[in-house]
Design a protein around this ligand. Structure first.
Ligand code: RB5
Length: 141
């Protein structure tokens, strides 16, 4: 699976760990950051969100300290549903109910092990459709 991925400095280490852990069978296009040197999260959120917005059925992962900056920025892009998730249960529901297409992780508030399980769960789950379809159609303004 092709996955667009990005982080700021706070998410850089977790981004590297996720790329290593899930390298088999996945093709990560990494938009940075490429070090722990201080940067601005919108620069990376916009790059990933632009790709996901432009390609139906595509997915992204964004990581910053709390996850909020990445989620707030990515959700400005039409068709992007970026979900801040800190457990495998929440990431599964983000796919099942919200048809989320970007997983956002809070690097400073999640262990590496939980982050891995949260990623696994996000990509294993599918959108339930049905009553949730009409709800997501009401999101864009
Ligand atoms: C960086 O210090 C921090 O503000 C950023 O990673 C993120 O948490 C913003 O939402």
């Amino acid at each position: 699976m092709k996955i667009y991925i990005g982080s700021d400095h706070a998410g850089f280490e977790l981004k590297s760990a996720i790329k290593s852990r899930f390298s088999e069978g996945n093709d990560f296009e990494d938009f940075g950051a490429f070090s722990s040197e201080s940067v601005d999260y919108p620069d990376f959120a916009h790059k990933v969100a632009e790709r996901v917005s432009g390609e139906d059925g595509s997915f992204g992962i964004l990581i910053c300290g709390t996850g909020n900056g990445m989620a707030i920025t990515a959700n400005k892009h039409r068709g992007v549903r970026a979900a801040l998730c800190w457990s495998p249960e929440i990431s599964a529901l983000a796919r099942q109910h919200n048809n989320a297409n970007i997983l956002v992780l809070p690097a400073r508030f999640i262990s590496e092990e939980t982050a891995f399980k949260t990623v696994e769960s996000f990509f294993e789950a599918g959108f339930d459709g049905g009553r949730h379809q009409k709800r997501i159609e009401k999101i864009d303004i």
